[in-house]
Design a protein around this ligand. Structure first.
Ligand SMILES: Cc1cc2nc3c(=O)[nH]c(=O)nc-3n(C[C@H](O)[C@H](O)[C@H](O)COP(=O)(O)O)c2cc1C
Length: 186
């Protein structure tokens, strides 16, 4: 499979099989995330893997309750990864202030997608999760108060047959132009 094949194959998975994920596969996904680029090579991330059944149940119950219960499909994932946003390097933070850009969010986005594409290659389904109770996640995983958890990843095996619809994406001509924004289609 080429990289583009893997990208085309990936979907957000919201139904998981009751099958544990091998630690060796998770280590490969973490290696892909570890090698991600970041502004000033800041690497402002930590990945907390929750695969202990009891711990995961406790985490999911707290993270996906109340207003966040729309994400409760993730309770069935055998594994949840909390992507912790660490303090970026001084230079990245200064650059971000001057540019008014939160580079650390770009960094963790790239690292998370590296993880997800590696998972896809290994036959694992994933879903980005941005809608969860961050405070509860931090308390349960003992994440320091001054860190953020902007993203969780649900990971597990899945039944591919259930989600084989085409990607819903804008056509190429609507989102690209060469040499000037003027060429971008409406
Ligand atoms: C930053 C981010 C946050 C997301 N948060 C959620 C979420 O909380 N719940 C959910 O079901 N999907 C979530 N998604 C998945 C998107 O809904 C999904 O990627 C999009 O609809 C495109 O579908 P596809 O991933 O199957 O191609 C998130 C995706 C991203 C990139």
């Amino acid at each position: 499979m080429t990289l583009l094949d893997i990208i085309k194959h990936r979907r957000s998975v919201r139904h998981f099989l009751d099958r544990p994920v091998e630690r060796e596969k998770i280590m490969l996904c973490l290696e892909a995330a570890r090698l991600a680029p970041s502004a000033c090579n800041s690497q402002p991330w930590k990945f907390i893997i929750v695969d202990d059944e009891e711990m995961k149940d406790r985490l999911c119950h707290a993270a996906f309750s109340g207003v966040y219960s729309i994400t409760s499909f993730a309770k069935k994932a055998p594994l949840i990864v909390a992507v912790v946003s660490e303090k970026a390097k001084f230079l990245e933070r200064i650059g971000g202030l001057i540019r008014d850009t939160r580079f650390y969010l770009i960094d963790i986005g790239i690292a998370t997608e590296h993880f997800i594409l590696q998972a896809e290659e290994l036959g694992l389904g994933t879903c980005w999760l941005g809608w969860f109770n961050e405070g509860a996640v931090k308390t349960i995983l003992k994440i320091p108060k001054d860190r953020r958890v902007d993203i969780l990843i649900a990971v597990g095996y899945y039944d591919r047959g259930k989600i084989d619809q085409p990607h819903k994406r804008e056509p190429m001509e609507k989102i690209t132009a060469f040499n000037s924004y003027d060429g971008v289609g409406e």
